[in-house]
Ligand binder design. Sequence first.
Ligand SMILES: [Zn+2]
Length: 137
Amino acid sequence: MCIFCDIVSGKEKSYKIYENEKTLGFCDIFPISKGHILVIPKKHYEDIYDIDEETLMEVFKTVKKITNILKEKMEIKGVNLINSNTKIANQSVFHFHVHVIPRREKDNLNFIGEWWVKKIMKLTDSELNEVKNKLTG
Ligand SMILES: [Zn+2]
């Protein structure tokens, strides 16, 4: 049983914003901000490890469409794109999805992505080299 598959099939109610043959964009019913949209492939893929490249591209094409729609219709000029994979990363619905989260001036949502704003972690040159060597060796 997958809630997003039920949304695709129409068994579960949803607020559709955009859809094409392979993907769907609809309102998150527990939005972080007004206009928070979820984009999913219509076919069930669990996460980034499961989804194929072609479908992933289709999902991101729809993400792009959604950001344009938000810009045109809601004057949204900034978004965070969030995609979580596996339980380790707090994925909650195990059907691949990308959050498109509209940002507005002084919206107090800076906790989104605050690790790069606050630069929480700092590695030394040798630690960064170790990471690089591990990933490219
Ligand atoms: Zn599903």
